[in-house]
Write a protein that binds this ligand. Sequence first.
Ligand SMILES: Nc1ncnc2c1ncn2[C@@H]1O[C@H](COP(=O)(O)OP(=O)(O)OP(=O)(O)O)[C@@H](O)[C@H]1O
Length: 356
Amino acid sequence: MPIAIQGLTKRFGPVFALDGIELEVPDRAFVALLGPSGSGKTTLLRIIAGLERADAGQIRVDGTDIAAVRPRQRRIGFVFQHYALFRHMTVFGNIAFGLQVRPGATRPAKSEIARRVEELLALVHLPGLGGRYPRQLSGGQRQRVALARALAIEPKLLLLDEPFGALDAKVRKELRVWLRELHDRSGLTSLFVTHDQEEALELADQVVVMRDGRIEQQGDPAALVDHPATAFVSSFLGDVNRLPCTVSGQGTVEIAGLRLPADTRGLADGSRAIADIRPRAIRLVPAGTAGDGVVAGTARRVLHSATTVTIEAETGLSPDPIRIEADRYAADLPTLAVGDAVALRLPQPFVFAAET
Ligand SMILES: Nc1ncnc2c1ncn2[C@@H]1O[C@H](COP(=O)(O)OP(=O)(O)OP(=O)(O)O)[C@@H](O)[C@H]1O
């Protein structure tokens, strides 16, 4: 079901948890709400779910203002990180709960509930585990039961608040791939809260970046990564080298004498700006190489991780060394030691007005 949110505002004392949110979510979309702690993600989800009331604004789900619909009748399923399973109930009992508490006329027959629960257990890849208690399950299995419980009421809209936040990285990765498949198969519209940018970019069709109760930028993952609208989005979506620069003509910036092409629209010639360059976008070229966008430097640190090599190089372009991140299995990666001469080929940076 499509969601349309207009002017949604929520204050807690002096804090604007939400400050005039405008958001359109198309039918069947998988949308990630991404933002730092306290940016308003959970509050937005709780208001849609009916667990919290907005001070102002409107939410329409499938064209209907949900303020007039009781939470139970909204057909919204939710899975929250801390919204634990009922410990004293079996897996079966947990999943069946939403159907069993329906008023008489709309409550399915016992046999029908049993059939649905079995179907859901198969869907979340836990067949035959209906008789277990939550304590007899792993963290990942518990979250899948929580998802089956949310799906039991046949929601049109699924709200997920860091559902895998407490799980280890490997299980988390497996579950998010699986969740995306489940979303695609079931025809749901899903809103997923995370503060993990990798998770948001990998999972979602649309990513909404929030900051201080406002939407900073919204778009598909590629648009956000390739065209961050603000310095905040640029640094929030991944590691950046942030270099002071000057706008030196249409489509060019100068960083300590080095000229680079850049999208400088909206910035005045001669104005001070910042140039963001991702460590992964920098190429190491043989020392001594000259040419456009190439700067010479000296390696000051070389750090090895399981899959990458991070080099910090002093170049004179910025007070701090520039970080370069390379795939450690790249065929052309030179072996470097601290103190070696290096040359870096810089890509087109993201440029923003200097922060005042
Ligand atoms: N019940 C409450 N009472 C007072 N302030 C609240 C309440 N709930 C949220 N806030 C405040 O509203 C702001 C937004 O909080 P919210 O939980 O929505 O952020 P969030 O982006 O989900 O953060 P996190 O990633 O840490 O969960 C924060 O400043 C928070 O302290």
